[in-house]
Design a protein around this ligand. Structure first.
Ligand code: GDP
Ligand code: IMO
Ligand code: MG
Length: 428
């Protein structure tokens, strides 16, 4: 039975939430394996719109067991807020399981995220300010707090003291902020213990057993390939591995278990925050993509930077993740354009690059080389078969598929749950 991974193939917000929702009725477990509440997934079901940050999108489907695995960083205040909000709307969240090894985001991580960004000035990353980077930094520095620590007050206090030792010097002497009080952090984390306890388990074991029993497990990546700390546009990235390999380490599942790697890619490109973006448009076309595509961040509300489809990035993502299937989303947003440019390669100081340059400075200076495709005018939001699409829309999809390194198995034609064209099965 399949263990499938969903990853973003660009800079995030490709429609991963909707893609998860599309296959959720056929899965038993949905696992968030990286990131935290920096993610923002909007899923539209009938007249209801759900915005999820920390919880995996599959939680919206009855019968699915949602799992937050070891690779995630968890802000407990946000966790319980999201759970309560969903419960109020009639969603059953009782099956949620959380790894005892997941790291916890605390007040000092959020504070450090904000002050370090301010100190970076012009070089700032444009983070979501949710404390993601400082929490992963503590994990790597071996001074992190894990979910399991919350259940032992003595251990928790020792660990919080260890974590705050250096940080309070930094906060007070460098950043001119108030010192953080160990007791306050311990009391806040302990206040969640009773509610948290029944949800916590060895999620690697849980998923391993599920796979042995022939259950279907979907691993839902937050962020995206170009935001991956190893493979993205470093340093303008998030602090986790949001590529498919992250599903293995982030959930404690052997890489040989994964049967499908589904890359979600928009029919154009967007990015939130700073960093290079070769096809970015600062003109009326960028403005048009933003307004027609409603490109405003689900998490921070920031306007997303918009540009044309970048085929070398899709190919790079196909390679880094081992993508078996693409879901091409938001094709409907391109309706009404006379011509649609697609970036097929870059030019850097007179030299042509057919693939992503490995050197960061080259990518910063990369100018897109475009091939133009004729547009279409008919509304495509009601199309459910590939043959329902206007000829030029079909030609655009086939051209993009040909350039992107994997087949396009589904095409999004609107935000609604059923606004999708399926060309190939996404699960085995
Ligand atoms: P995620 O972070 O990858 O889950 O994506 P977001 O939810 O942040 O952003 C994607 C947005 O596009 C959401 O508002 C979706 O409702 C919307 N969306 C998804 N697929 C389509 C599509 O095919 N067409 C249109 N017009 N909107 C879509
Ligand atoms: P989803 O899952 C788009 C970006 C931030 C910033 C950088 C680092 O909805 O696709 P962080 O707070 O993670 O330290 O910020 O990463 N970023 C996202 N951009 N979609 C996301 O998630 C993102 N999560 C983080 O804007 O540039
Ligand atoms: Mg998003």
């Amino acid at each position: 039975m399949p263990a499938a991974v969903i990853v973003g193939a660009q800079w995030g917000d490709e429609g991963k939430g909707k893609a998860t929702d599309l296959i959720a009725s056929r899965i038993d477990y949905v696992v968030k394996f990286n990131g935290g509440n920096n993610a923002g997934h909007t899923v539209v079901i009938g007249n209801e719109k759900y915005a999820l940050h920390l919880l995996p999108s599959g939680i919206l489907t009855e019968g699915v067991t949602p799992v937050i695995s070891n690779g995630v960083v968890v802000d407990l205040e946000v966790l319980f807020e999201e759970l309560d909000a969903l419960t109020t709307r009639g969603i059953d969240v009782s099956r949620l399981r959380i790894s005892a090894n997941a790291h916890v985001i605390t007040e000092y991580h959020r504070t450090l995220d904000k002050v370090t960004e301010r100190f970076l000035g012009k070089r700032q990353i444009g983070t979501t300010g949710r404390g993601i980077g400082p929490t992963y930094a503590d994990k790597i520095n071996r001074v992190g707090i894990r979910i399991q620590d919350i259940f032992d007050e003595g251990i928790l206090r020792q660990k919080v003291e260890g974590a705050l030792d250096l940080k309070n010097h930094l906060l007070v002497k460098i950043y001119n902020r108030r010192a953080i009080v160990v007791d306050d952090i311990v009391a806040e984390l302990r206040s969640y213990a009773d509610r948290l306890r029944p949800m916590v388990c060895d999620t690697s074991m849980l998923l391993h057993q599920a796979l042995i029993e022939g259950k279907t497990v979907l691993f839902e990546g937050g962020q995206a390939t170009m935001l991956d700390v190893d493979h993205g546009t470093y340093p303008f990235v998030t602090s986790s591995n949001s590529t498919a390999g992250g599903a293995s380490t982030g959930a404690g599942i052997g890489p040989n278990q994964f049967t499908r790697i589904i890359g979600i890619v928009k029919a154009y490109t967007t990015r939130v925050g700073s960093g290079p973006f070769p096809t970015e448009l600062d003109d009326q076309f960028g403005e048009r993509l933003r307004s027609v595509g409603a490109e405003f961040g689900t998490t921070t509300g920031r306007p997303r930077r918009c540009g044309w489809y970048d085929a070398p990035i899709a190919r790079y993502s196909a390679r880094i993740n081992g993508i078996t299937d693409f879901v091409l989303t938001k094709l409907d947003v391109l309706t009404g354009l006379d011509e649609i440019p697609v970036c097929v390669a870059y030019e850097v100081d007179g030299v042509r690059f057919d693939e992503m340059p490995v050197n960061q400075s080259d990518f910063h200076h990369a100018k897109p080389i475009y091939e133009n495709f004729p547009g279409w005018r008919d509304d495509i939001s009601g199309a459910r078969q590939f043959s329902d699409l206007p000829a030029n829309a079909q030609a655009y999809v086939l051209a993009v598929e040909n350039m992107s390194g994997a087949r396009i198995s589904a095409i999004g034609v609107g935000p609604a749950r059923d606004a999708i064209i399926q060309r190939h099965e996404l699960l085995d």
